[in-house]
Design a protein around this ligand. Structure first.
Ligand code: MN
Length: 423
């Protein structure tokens, strides 16, 4: 990949290079409504201001498309118009383009310090499905939850197993998570109490851009035209609530109390250079689910953790996991094909998450229940504190990126801090 130089100062380790240009929704003191923004280095490119200043040229764009406080209308147009939009912004930011860089009055209007804006949810989120597509994760949980049987149930390699989740409790990065209450077994007695086994799940989420009509199915080959892009996703999970409630219909309140996403929607165009072969599928899936081309994405993923005591002691967060998204057994394209295989419609802003991304080694697991093997092997933090599951005050940070240097395409981060259960 060769990426053009930019007149914008982009730090060397930035997630937001000219190769990335992810979309988001920001609010700012002084703005009367949320704006559509694109991240570049330490700045955001204010699309609303650029449109007002006639910088977006020939794009067939209605001002109202950018004025709704979400990305839904923009991405509802499909992949091509958004690609053109992103290309036009890349052009304006290139060193050899003077249309914006020579207009100092416009530069201060359009290039806004990222530290001065607050990122919101990028989409009005419609339906939400959480998948379970990492073979290592499904195997680990199968061993713990069903020690007597095969870790993978017979359907697992035939279709991407998933459940419908609660979209209304998906929140942007930085939102605190209150320890949930629920019905758990306490020495065999069903008890309504606060969760003592609060966990995180490292996942990558996909937003639907162009929707599909009722009765229509999206093929794996066409999935690329229907997705808006990718975000990081923390599927907070109460393991004790999950253990009691999940049979036979899957998770419900163990997950629905809160889920967190990173605010930047990284497009398929941006990650295209990092598409790779997914793991070999044996048995070959039935036809609507069969892979088309390279569907896996080479995204490095990391989780770090800090306790309240660590922060008070001035200690940096400690990395607890490092893994790669390319190891997922089922891809985002197969997952979308599966969602619509029965003719269910999709709408712009629908969301689906990959399932916990775990590698095969303990330092690459995507959840605490796997890392500590349900608490049998607790983590030891730099302060000497031990963790089987999350304690109040703990903060979880997830990051993800492809490539490096001026070609780096980062997803940013999703973070959240655990607050005590409400009285
Ligand atoms: Mn999950």
């Amino acid at each position: 990949v060769t990426v053009a130089a930019s007149w914008v100062d982009i730090p060397n380790d930035s997630d937001f290079t000219l190769a990335n240009l992810p979309f988001g929704i920001a609010t700012k003191h002084g703005w009367s409504s949320p704006h559509v923004v694109i991240a570049v280095g330490r700045y955001v490119f204010d699309c609303n201001a650029a449109l007002d200043s006639d910088l977006l040229g020939d794009l067939d764009l209605n001002a109202s498309t950018l004025a709704t406080g979400s990305l839904n209308e923009l991405f509802a147009q499909g992949r091509e118009p958004v690609s053109s939009f992103r290309c036009r912004v890349a052009e304006l930011l290139r060193s050899d383009n003077t249309e914006l860089q020579d207009r100092l009055d416009l530069v201060t209007e359009v290039m806004v310090p990222r530290s001065s804006v607050t990122m919101q949810l990028p989409f009005v989120i419609g339906d939400y499905v959480d998948f379970y597509s990492s073979e290592a994760h499904a195997t680990n949980l199968g061993k713990m939850f069903r020690p007597q049987g095969d870790p993978l149930l017979p359907n697992w390699k035939q279709l991407p197993v998933g459940y419908h989740g609660r979209s209304g409790t998906i929140v942007p990065s930085g939102t605190d998570v209150c320890r949930p209450r629920g019905i758990v077994l306490d020495e065999g007695i069903p008890t309504y109490s606060q969760s003592k086994m609060l966990d995180f799940e490292l996942e990558v989420g996909t937003f639907v851009g162009l929707g599909s009509a009722l009765g229509e199915s999206i093929s794996t080959a066409d999935a690329a035209n229907h997705i808006a892009g990718f975000v990081l996703f923390n599927d907070w999970t109460a393991r004790d609530i999950q253990t009691f409630e999940y049979q036979p219909l899957g998770p419900n309140l163990a997950k629905s109390f809160l889920s967190s996403i990173s605010p930047w929607v990284v497009t398929l165009d941006a990650v295209e250079p990092y598409l790779v072969h997914q793991p070999r599928q044996d048995p070959l899936p039935v036809r609507p689910l069969r892979a088309h081309g390279n569907g896996a994405i080479d995204i490095h993923l990391e989780v770090s953790l800090s306790s309240a005591l660590m922060r008070e002691s001035g200690l940096n967060p400690v990395r607890v996991s490092k893994t790669n998204f390319s190891e997922m057994y089922w891809t985002w394209a197969q997952q979308l094909a599966h969602i619509t295989a029965n003719g269910a419609s999709t709408r712009t802003g629908d969301f689906y998450a990959s399932g916990t991304v775990s590698g095969t080694e303990p330092d690459s697991y995507g959840s605490l229940i796997e890392m500590t093997w349900r608490g049998e092997r607790p983590l030891v933090l730099p302060t000497g504190e031990v963790r089987a599951f999350l304690e109040d005050g703990d903060e979880v940070n997830m990051r993800g990126w492809c490539g490096k240097g001026p070609e780096r395409v980062g997803l940013g981060k999703v973070s959240g801090r655990v607050l005590p259960a409400r009285e």
